[in-house]
Design a binder for this molecule. Structure first.
Ligand SMILES: [Zn+2]
Length: 424
């Protein structure tokens, strides 16, 4: 009897969070990602511990990696990922343990067990898992170390895009993944409804606003995700040869130190080095008090102003109309960052207060936008099935429908808990 491939959509369907997709054939299973969701307390996909299990991680973000330690409360699967991804999840999982320890179904010991099972793999290096199954990671261009996961079985060629970016940024090259041979695609849909503005225009707008604010004696605060976005902003500032004082604070420094150890994951490592060295790395309270006295630019997490040093800085500059808060990533509804952009208020523990500093959003996304997702989906020339995942329901539906209409692809929205046996 010919072998059949099964797909189990454990999480990350019609939503962003808890990504987990299992590919099974001939009693061998590959689990791509095992992430967490953060609506209040962290939640996780249902457990998956079939026999002969191998795990592959697309990238370090916790909505893809945050559940991995759960797999090691018992069990001993190998977990494949890139070297820089391993170093970044060490920091992110430690932070998650610190912030949510009482609500987590795993503990430090399980995280340590996970790290003992990690196997480092380079892009494009096929790993033979036995039973005719091969696993290969390809550069997905989303954050340093991010990968699309390619699973070759005796009967199918499955490609899970992970989070993907198909344009160059200052930090990274565009994704380079196979599009001509995979027959089954699991594809992210985050920005299926949103067209990104031209990247260079965004950079120029950001630089112009920065210069205008500092020339006017103001402080520019850039709340940015610690991993990748903070460093991308520093690279943009270096590219445009900004000569104003620049400061880097919070966990973004730790991520930057990791980046410097992995030169091959960057588009222009010299630019990254220059960008990181032209910023002053803030270490203590005295330094913070000093830099708040003069015009300059501060890059600090958290990216959506949920705590971190960014929230502290904002509390100090919010009454100054000369200063500006430049948001550089998507703001989830309900976060302080979204509240600021929509209502002009910020609450630093004493109730919402109107922000007199200027504020503006610059869309420095690390995901493919609407047009890029459609181009990518259309470029899978051997696809018999495309499953859209990792997006709000409307985005997943729009991507599937448009791929069918425009390119004739057999695309459908995957559902959490769905099991599919590929027979055609
Ligand atoms: Zn991501």
């Amino acid at each position: 009897m010919p072998s059949l491939t099964e797909l189990h959509f454990l999480g990350g369907c019609k939503t962003i969070g808890s990504s987990a997709y299992l590919v099974k054939e001939n009693d061998t299973s590959v689990l791509a990602d095992f992430g967490a969701s953060f609506n209040g307390h962290p939640t996780f996909p249902p457990m998956a511990r079939p026999k002969n299990l191998t795990v592959a991680l697309s990238h370090a973000h916790l909505d893809h990696s945050g559940g991995l330690p759960l797999l090691f409360t018992s069990g001993s699967a190998s977990v494949y990922m890139t070297a820089i991804t391993r170093d970044i999840i060490r920091v992110l999982l430690k932070d998650m343990l610190r912030l949510s320890q009482y609500f987590l179904p795993y503990e430090k010991l399980d995280v340590e067990r996970l790290f003992r099972r990690i196997k480092i793999v380079n892009y494009k290096e096929p790993i033979n898992l036995g039973n005719g199954i091969t696993l290969t990671l390809y550069d997905a261009g989303h954050i340093p170390g991010s990968a699309a996961i390619h699973i070759q079985t005796p009967s199918r060629e499955v490609l899970y895009t992970g989070d993907i970016n198909t344009i160059d940024t200052q930090l990274q090259r565009a994704a380079r993944i196979p599009t001509k041979t995979p027959d089954t695609i699991i594809m992210e849909s985050t920005y299926a409804l949103t067209a990104h503005e031209n990247r260079q225009k965004i950079e120029e707008g950001f630089i112009e606003k920065t210069h205008e604010t500092i020339d006017n004696d103001g402080i520019v605060l850039v709340p940015a995700f610690a991993v990748a976005r903070a460093q991308e902003i520093l690279c943009v500032l270096a590219k445009y040869k900004t000569s104003y004082p620049i400061y880097l604070d919070g966990m973004a420094r730790e991520a930057a130190r990791i980046f410097l150890r992995h030169p091959t994951f960057f588009r222009d490592y010299k630019l990254l080095k220059r960008a990181l060295s032209q910023a002053e790395w803030v270490r203590n309270r005295r330094q913070r008090d000093r830099i708040l006295k003069n015009p300059g630019l501060i890059v600090a997490p958290a990216g959506m102003l949920r705590g971190g040093t960014a929230a502290m800085y904002l509390s100090q500059i919010m009454d100054d109309p000369r200063s500006a808060v430049l948001m550089v990533g998507y703001q989830i509804p309900g976060t302080p960052g979204r509240d600021l952009l929509e209502n002009g208020f910020f609450d630093y523990g004493i109730g919402p207060k109107r922000v007199k500093a200027k504020y503006q959003l610059f869309d420095f996304s690390s995901h493919a936008g609407k047009e890029q997702l459609l181009n990518l989906g259309g470029s899978f020339s051997n696809a018999s099935h495309i499953f859209t995942v990792h997006g709000e329901a409307e985005a997943c539906e729009s991507l599937a429908t448009t791929l069918h209409k425009q390119y004739g692809q057999n695309a459908q929205v995957a559902e959490n808990g769905q099991k599919i046996t590929l027979t055609d």
